[in-house]
Design a protein around this ligand. Structure first.
Ligand code: HEC
Ligand code: HEC
Ligand code: HEC
Ligand code: HEC
Ligand code: HEC
Length: 212
């Protein structure tokens, strides 16, 4: 898996760097390679190295209204992509360590795989088809924002990732690699959430560092 995983990240990094002209071409190549790796991961016999009990449950779009968190326009699952397929958070949220906004990935991050991976079940096919439709129409997907602090407060993501490390996401967001749908584990709109940790780690509590 270590090797396979390296390949996913490496090949996908190529599509990111490519200029517009080369993009479609590389997406094709990278898609072929990543799709192969992804299929290999999915078709691996359970048992051996991976605990089959942690495999994501089969769920459909209609289940998503029963899950915690807001229903999204496309039923995209972190437990499948970050969990089962082990795609790094920063492959998709690639500005998290460099800017105050980690950003929601554009469809470029998806189509390298989904040009070829069309889904195995009718439900997955339907959801993945929405991606292709948006991609062809050049329309962004209107994801529903889950975490958002009020305008009067300022949260610099990059500062936190630099100080706490790239694996720190779970400290604030919970374990996304087990979540079929994103929900708020911590109430980021309660100042106590920020202050509690800042006291514990002896970080400034000066009003003007967060409010300006
Ligand atoms: C294959 C791409 C991809 C990967 C890998 C990925 N994400 Fe995401 N993430 C998305 C997309 C698309 C959304 C918006 C839709 C949604 O909320 O499910 C999102 C939404 C989120 C949100 C909610 C944003 C908000 O509105 O508040 C958080 C938090 C998040 N991701 C964290 C993570 C973490 C932590 C990891 C690694 C464990 C990770 N993501 C891996 C694509 C990805
Ligand atoms: C490394 C390859 C890869 C990347 C990158 C990727 N996916 Fe997937 N995705 C898969 C695989 C494999 C499946 C499982 C398909 C199946 O077996 O039906 C899947 C399944 C899905 C499904 C069906 C429901 C689910 O989540 O299992 C949706 C919707 C989806 N992907 C959306 C996205 C979106 C949106 C992005 C970009 C933010 C993305 N994918 C990026 C490989 C990828
Ligand atoms: C110290 C707590 C903390 C850590 C650690 C953290 N986040 Fe966040 N995250 C937040 C808060 C607070 C917000 C809301 C920020 C805002 O509204 O400006 C947020 C928002 C987000 C969003 C939605 C923002 C958008 O642009 O739509 C994503 C995606 C996200 N985080 C991903 C990640 C990832 C990936 C990691 C790990 C690399 C991570 N976060 C680490 C607290 C944290
Ligand atoms: C789990 C711990 C934790 C949580 C929760 C947390 N922070 Fe922080 N915060 C840190 C750490 C660690 C640093 C120090 C970063 C550094 O040294 O550069 C920091 C630094 C900061 C800074 C920069 C301070 C400076 O010296 O300029 C701001 C602004 C900030 N945090 C805002 C917030 C806000 C707003 C929230 C809540 C939405 C929040 N933080 C929640 C751990 C946390
Ligand atoms: C570490 C960051 C941080 C520091 C330091 C901080 N605040 Fe806040 N504050 C926040 C966040 C985050 C919110 C919630 C914003 C939201 O509603 O999304 C907030 C909310 C508030 C609110 C709105 C009412 C409420 O409780 O939600 C007031 C008033 C406020 N802060 C005053 C202050 C004052 C006065 C200080 C200095 C004594 C201070 N804050 C220090 C992050 C901070």
């Amino acid at each position: 898996m270590g090797q396979a995983h390296f390949n996913i990240v490496h090949v996908l990094a190529l599509t990111r760097r490519s200029a517009d002209m080369r993009k479609q071409f590389l997406i094709g190549i990278a898609g072929a390679a990543t799709a192969l790796v992804a299929f290999a991961v999915l078709s691996r016999p359970s048992g051996a190295q991976q605990n089959p009990a942690v495999g994501p449950a089969p769920l459909t779009k209609s289940d998503s209204s029963k899950l915690k968190g807001p229903k999204q326009p496309i039923f995209y699952r972190h437990d499948v992509h970050a969990g089962q397929l082990k795609i790094q958070c920063q492959y998709c949220h690639y500005t998290v360590a460099a800017s105050s906004e980690p950003g929601i990935p554009t469809l470029n991050s998806c189509m390298g795989c989904h040009n070829l991976i069309l889904g195995r079940t009718p439900e997955n096919k339907a959801e993945i088809k929405k991606l292709a439709t948006a991609w062809n129409k050049k329309e962004p997907v209107e994801w529903v924002r889950v975490h958002e602090v009020a305008k009067h407060a300022h949260f610099p993501h990059a500062r936190h990732i630099k100080a706490m490390g790239p694996q720190a996401c779970a400290t604030c967001h919970g374990n996304l690699s087990r979540m079929p749908q994103v929900y708020k584990v911590n109430n980021v709109n309660n100042m106590g959430f920020c202050i509690g940790c800042h006291i514990e780690r002896k970080i400034t509590r000066d009003c003007s560092t967060c409010h300006y």
